[in-house]
Design a protein around this ligand. Structure first.
Ligand SMILES: NC(=O)c1ccc[n+]([C@@H]2O[C@H](COP(=O)([O-])OP(=O)(O)OC[C@H]3O[C@@H](n4cnc5c(N)ncnc54)[C@H](OP(=O)(O)O)[C@@H]3O)[C@@H](O)[C@H]2O)c1
Length: 204
């Protein structure tokens, strides 16, 4: 498939690119810092700002799907921020005008109404980030596209690409998983056209 990756220089995004190339896909990485990525024959690197729909639109034609793993830096995630909302609006507009329907996008488990002190603490700590994530999800869900929203828990670096996925709920015991597992879920969803118009909770 010809895949368009947003946030490709991030920890999840790099795993998406790596795994997509390993599975034989053609990948376009739309990034603001091209030097962060290692060139490869099946990888096209396009420099651009993911908040600007015209820049996405210019690079998007000919792709089968968009995978988005944009995330605010930690200092921005702890204060009011609209990065994810702005990028989602630009992405959805560009996809709609380019006639590309399939979108998988990373959100976060903090949006699930889990009970207990652990989840209450993270909901409080990440309240600004959660507001941005919620607004991003609302734009995606109202888009009319064939979207899948992945909500993973805290992520860590590990070669483990296994995952459990549940429609609209967090799989039991989900506290941490690998960036690579999120990438594997997103690629599987695109390749098999699974979880279309679903919010999906993830766990290792
Ligand atoms: N990390 C976790 O534990 C965790 C847990 C649950 C959910 N998530 C969600 O997963 C998503 C990805 O997380 P991650 O940890 O993989 O992110 P990350 O490593 O921080 O990477 C973020 C990506 O977004 C890009 N980006 C950030 N600010 C930008 C801006 N102003 N303009 C353009 N691009 C910008 C970065 O580009 P540059 O390289 O150019 O900065 C990078 O490609 C986030 O939405 C987050 O909410 C993360």
């Amino acid at each position: 498939m010809k895949l368009f990756v947003l946030g490709a220089t991030g920890r999840t995004g790099m795993e998406i690119v790596d795994l997509a190339l390993a599975r034989g896909h053609q990948v376009t990485a739309f990034v603001r810092s091209p030097r962060e990525l290692r060139p490869s024959a099946s990888l096209t690197i396009v420099r651009g700002d993911p908040r600007r729909r015209e820049m996405i639109s210019a690079a998007l034609p000919g792709h089968d799907a968009v995978l988005s793993a944009i995330g605010a830096p930690p200092r921005d995630a702890l204060r009011p921020n609209t990065l994810l909302t702005d990028c989602a609006r630009a992405t959805v507009d560009a996809m709609t005008s380019s006639g590309i329907a399939r979108l998988t996008i990373v959100s976060a488990a903090v949006l699930f109404p889990e009970e207990g002190l652990f989840f209450a603490f993270f909901r409080w700590l990440l309240k600004h980030h959660a507001r941005d994530l919620r607004a991003m999800e609302n734009i995606v869900q109202a888009s009319g596209l064939e979207w899948t929203i992945a909500r993973p828990p805290r992520l860590r670096k590990s070669p483990d690409a296994t995952f459990r996925a549940l429609h609209n709920a967090l799989p039991p015991g989900s506290r941490v998983m690998s960036f690579r597992s999120v990438a594997a879920f997103m690629l599987d969803a695109v390749e098999h056209r699974s979880h279309v118009t679903e919010v999906v909770g993830l766990a290792q």
